[in-house]
Design a protein around this ligand. Structure first.
Ligand code: NAP
Length: 563
């Protein structure tokens, strides 16, 4: 028997630390860890002790005997990792942190952003027990993308918030919700009240395609739709025209697959999730029967991860259609597959696309069409509304550095659609008075230490973690290692005496906030909101019913909600 890691793997490597036989890889010490799609258990080495399954925050680990039929592909996915990459490294358990708690007894740190990146950083600092941590978020609800990004049908992934929730009870960690840094309190003021500030503000803006028709009604950024179906208060009133039969999604990353699943899912299933009620209502009335996901390169370069595509390929009630010529192995793909250094995840993507391309459609009412080797060239409309998408066929070209790029051919096709989602990645936005790299959409940094872009020198006491540090890559648990690196830098700087002590007494920042922001709430008030949401959900056999407007959240936070 062996344990198997499944689709909801969050990569936070909690399992690695408890495995007594070092059979889960990549570990955070291995070079490919930060790029890993998921972690894998070596079936040959696993001793079935179950320690990993007990530790996993998102219930992603199961015994092979207990796998459902549609989960058996993950057994192969785990094993194939070890066929390609025999184990060499030692476990992170052998590498305990060297910190002495007493060295940090007067340390005060502000963490801006309460998503996974911010909370993982806050947790590392809180664990020192003596450091004082103030977390700030501009929204009245915590957890960032774990609340507003993770798809509603991935409830297990949201399980990571239980760990963050327990942090809210710690004496040396305080959460301030509804505080916009840059508006309610400045960067300079935060530094006057703390030894250091860590920015974990994510990357919430969409990237542009730069093509004609991008601004037509019916052309939406992926982040707008994701925030809408997840009940983000700033997107709750957005409208999406789901009256047509086809939706097109440009880009084939995991966000594109999330959107495709939401558009094609059986709403009976979504009714059991925490999807915002307005989105459920709209999807119940949706006419969309076909979603076309357009990738500009081939299956070997698809941006989605194997756990996600495997889940979609076995999705009940949806025919997945792939054109055999688009999934075929061309010379460049063959060269990649022949290269022994090619990762097992790349081989798995080619294999799954080619296998799906040979399937005979069952005639299901809903279809997911996965296109490869096509880019959008323009969106056309009538009277300002989207009417069609023009795609151009690409061929692959292998550059000297090993990168595979899409090169346009002269073959184009027009596809009728009145809704399109541009799912081509996210970018960060700037914070007042903090350097910003507009080209990359991140705060410039060296391993988490924010640098002055003109001199390249670190700015004392200013740090960064998560997507605003490294760009929008990785899954939730990737942020744990990312935050660990940033916090290590901060603690080393503190020990070296490189941080400037705050000029205001401990706790005075809360007085300042109370004066400027009477509607700000703390974690206790958030606890009331959480309880009210869960109670409303319990009545409907749902995990929660989210409040989607500021007024309702404040009413619940004050304990005045009576639903
Ligand atoms: P992503 O993985 O970076 O995918 C972006 C996609 O857009 C790629 O297919 C990319 O193609 C394409 N693209 C970029 N520019 C384009 C252009 N000008 N024309 C056509 N296509 C273009 O981004 P994402 O899907 O937004 O995901 C962000 C991160 O969140 C990822 O790390 C993802 O794994 C993670 N995430 C994970 C989950 C999950 O685990 N369930 C769910 C959601 C998000 P190229 O590859 O050719 O550049």
């Amino acid at each position: 028997m062996t344990y198997v890691i499944l689709q909801s793997c969050c990569n936070d490597a909690s399992c690695v630390a408890v495995c007594p036989v070092d059979c889960i890889h990549p570990t955070p010490d291995e070079p490919n860890f930060m790029q890993a799609e998921m972690l894998h258990i070596d079936p040959e080495t696993c001793i079935d002790c179950g320690a990993c399954a007990d530790e996993c925050p998102v219930d992603a680990i199961q015994l092979d005997d207990d796998l459902a039929e549609d989960q058996r592909a993950y057994l192969d996915l785990n094993a194939q990792y070890y066929e390609a990459l025999p184990m060499t490294c030692t476990s992170a358990v052998d590498n305990p942190k060297p910190w002495r708690t007493d060295d940090f007894s007067d340390l005060r740190v502000a963490v801006v952003g309460s998503g996974p990146a911010g909370f993982y950083a806050a947790k590392d600092l809180q664990t020192l027990r003596v450091a004082q941590v103030e977390v700030f978020d501009r929204l009245l609800t915590p957890y960032g993308l774990a609340r507003f990004g993770v798809a509603p049908d991935h409830q297990a992934t949201k399980g990571v918030t239980a760990m963050f929730q327990s942090l809210g009870k710690k004496k040396n960690l305080h959460v301030n919700l509804g505080i916009d840094v840059g508006q309610h309190i400045s960067h300079a003021e935060l530094l006057e009240h703390h030894d250091a500030v860590i920015y974990a503000v994510g990357a919430s803006l969409d990237r542009q395609l730069g093509i004609e028709g991008e601004d037509l009604v019916g052309s939406h950024a992926a982040n707008e739709f994701v925030a809408w179906y997840n009940g983000h208060p700033e997107y709750a009133n957005h409208q999406f025209d789901l009256s047509g039969e086809r939706a097109v999604i440009i880009g084939n990353g995991n966000v594109a697959l999330d959107i495709a699943r939401m558009l094609l899912a059986n709403t009976d299933h979504l009714e059991k999730t925490d999807m915002a009620q307005h989105a459920l209502d709209a999807l119940q009335n949706s006419n969309i029967r076909e979603v076309v996901v357009v990738g500009r390169r081939g299956p070997a370069q698809a941006a989605y991860t194997n756990p996600e595509i495997l889940a979609l390929l076995s999705h009940e009630g949806i025919d997945v259609i792939i054109d055999q010529t688009e999934a075929a192995t061309d010379d460049i793909t063959q060269t990649i597959l022949d290269d022994r250094r090619t990762e097992s995840s790349v081989r798995a993507k080619v294999r799954s696309a080619q296998e799906a391309a040979t399937r005979i459609a069952s005639g299901a009412r809903k279809r997911l069409v996965l296109r490869y080797l096509h880019s959008p060239v323009k969106f056309d409309g009538r009277e300002g509304r989207l009417d069609s998408v023009t795609l151009v066929r690409n061929r692959l070209e292998l550059l000297e550095d090993g990168t595979v790029v899409a090169v346009r051919t002269s073959t184009t096709e027009e596809m009728k659609a009145n809704i399109v989602f541009r799912s081509v990645g996210y970018r960060g936005s700037s914070v007042s008075d903090v350097p910003f790299d507009d080209h990359q959409g991140i705060i410039p940094n060296l391993d988490g230490k924010v640098i002055d872009p003109h001199t390249g020198e670190p700015l004392p006491g200013v740090y960064v973690t998560g997507w605003i540090k490294r760009g929008p890559t990785g899954v939730i648990g990737t942020n744990k290692q990312c935050a660990g690196q940033t916090v290590d830098q901060l603690l080393q700087d503190h020990l070296r005496g490189d941080l400037t002590a705050p000029i205001h007494p401990a706790g005075s920042v809360r007085t300042l906030i109370a004066e400027r922001c009477p509607d700000a709430i703390g974690f206790d008030e958030w606890g009331r909101v959480d309880t009210a949401e869960q109670a409303a959900g319990a009545a409907l056999s749902r995990p929660r019913v989210k409040f989607v407007d500021t007024e309702s959240i404040l009413v619940a936070a004050r304990g005045l909600h009576d639903r």
